[in-house]
Design a protein around this ligand. Structure first.
Ligand code: ADP
Length: 189
């Protein structure tokens, strides 16, 4: 599904909502919703390791793990993307006030690592919304707000894809992106 509402522009950056499998994204870096061991897992992490091949695990073994809210970079091996940025979102527990800050940090640190490594085009999955249990709508609001605020402050990143796996959350992201982008002066085409 492609329409004028699935994308927006803020500053130099085109933001796009994409429905599908992040391992197929043809961008400079895809972000992995990893766990702190960086030794692979289920969900999107497992899909990325399967698509990248065993060399990815050989490299991530050397990275010394990753704290929740932080991010580390590796090669992309058999992926179209030249890099994988591994970040660790929070495990959601109702009433835990640190979860929104840690999810914000996971998005922000991934973008900082992208900037440090000359990356221009990047794709994110819906971090923490699978096994880690973060409610999808709340996580979408944090994802879109954090990324929009970040790209408004820099010139390097030209494209950000929010890759969603399921239809209901696709629509949520579209509404969220248009609402947040409007606060930066974007008007739909
Ligand atoms: P977490 O442990 O951070 O919750 P998961 O991998 O369990 O990570 O889920 C994160 C999100 O990634 C979920 O919304 C899930 O539907 C989605 N997902 C799973 N596989 C893929 C994939 N191949 N491409 C894009 N998104 C995916």
């Amino acid at each position: 599904m492609e329409n004028s509402l699935s994308s927006a522009r803020i500053n130099r950056t085109k933001l796009e909502i994409v429905q599908g499998d992040i391992t197929r994204e043809d961008v400079d870096a895809i972000v992995n919703a990893a766990n702190s061991s960086l030794l692979g897992g289920g969900g999107v992490d497992g899909a990325i390791h399967r698509a990248a091949g065993p060399q990815l695990l050989a490299e991530t073994r050397q990275l010394g793990g990753c704290q929740t809210g932080d991010a580390k970079i590796s090669g992309g091996y058999n992926l179209k993307a030249r890099h994988v940025i591994h970040t660790v979102g929070p495990v959601y527990r109702p009433g835990d006030t640190t979860a929104p800050q840690l999810l914000t940090s996971a998005y922000r640190r991934s973008l900082e690592v992208a900037l440090e490594n000359g990356i221009r085009r990047i794709a994110f999955p819906c971090i923490s919304t699978g096994a880690y249990g973060y409610p999808s709508e709340e996580a979408a609001a944090i994802a879109v707000q954090t990324v929009c605020a970040f790209v408004n402050q820099q010139e390097q990143i030209t494209e950000v894809h929010f890759v969603v796996f399921s239809e209901p959350i696709y629509t949520t992201y579209i509404h969220m992106l248009q609402r947040v982008a409007a606060t930066y002066g974007h008007r739909p085409a």
